[in-house]
Structures are given as structure tokens and as C-alpha cells.
Design a protein around this ligand. Structure first.
Ligand SMILES: [Cu+2]
Length: 113
């Protein structure tokens, strides 16, 4: 009887863990504005394995951040005024994804934790 309870408890624990794993991967769209002060917010924290899409929008005419160059992926995105650009961020491994304006003056980063 005691063994049976232990086995049931083990199955219950496995079920809880499996459910926890399945629901821990979430999908996120994160809005980033390119303004006269650069990319805002400049630092974003996400979880490894999550589906993460940055939605970059240049909201001011007077900014150097008219492009976003992604260091790790080599992707370059033109930021026309008030036209949101969607950029998927790779989150398979932990680390930091860096991006910057064409002159490398304004910088942003996505930290995969
Ligand atoms: Cu610049």
C-alpha cells in the first residue's frame, strides 16, 4: 500500500513538472521606440526558449537611430518613421543579442537568461 502511494506521488510529480515545462515557454512581443534618446527601453530581459519578437518603431524624426544593426544575426533593419518593424530574437541559447544604429552610437540589447 505504501509503495503504491509512492508510485502515485511520483506520477503526480511528473505530471506537475511536465505541465510546468510546457507552460513556461511564452510568446512575447516587446515594443521598442527609437527616439532622440536612442532605443527605449535599451535593455530587455527575456527567458531562454521563449518566442521573442521586438517591434521596433522610430517615433521621432530627429534621431540617428534610423536603422538597427543586429550584431549576432547580421540582420539590418531600416526604421522608417512610425513604421513598426518586427524582428524575431533567437533565444535557443543564453547570452546577449546586441543591436545598434548604423554609427554604433545608440545601442540596445536583449539578454536571454
Ligand atoms: Cu547613430
Amino acid at each position: 500500500m505504501k509503495l503504491r502511494h509512492t508510485i502515485l506521488a511520483a506520477f503526480a510529480l511528473i505530471a506537475v513538472l511536465a505541465t510546468g515545462c510546457a507552460s513556461s515557454n511564452t510568446s512575447r512581443e516587446i515594443a521598442v521606440s527609437a527616439t532622440a534618446n536612442g532605443f527605449e527601453p535599451a535593455v530587455i530581459d527575456v527567458k531562454q526558449g521563449d518566442t521573442v519578437v521586438l517591434v521596433l518603431t522610430r517615433t521621432e524624426e530627429a534621431t540617428c537611430a534610423t536603422e538597427a544593426h543586429f550584431e549576432e544575426t547580421g540582420r539590418k533593419v531600416d526604421l522608417a518613421l512610425n513604421e513598426p518593424q518586427r524582428v524575431e530574437i533567437p533565444t535557443a541559447s543564453k547570452g546577449t543579442i546586441h543591436y545598434a544604429c548604423a554609427m554604433n552610437m545608440w545601442k540596445g540589447e536583449v539578454r536571454v537568461n
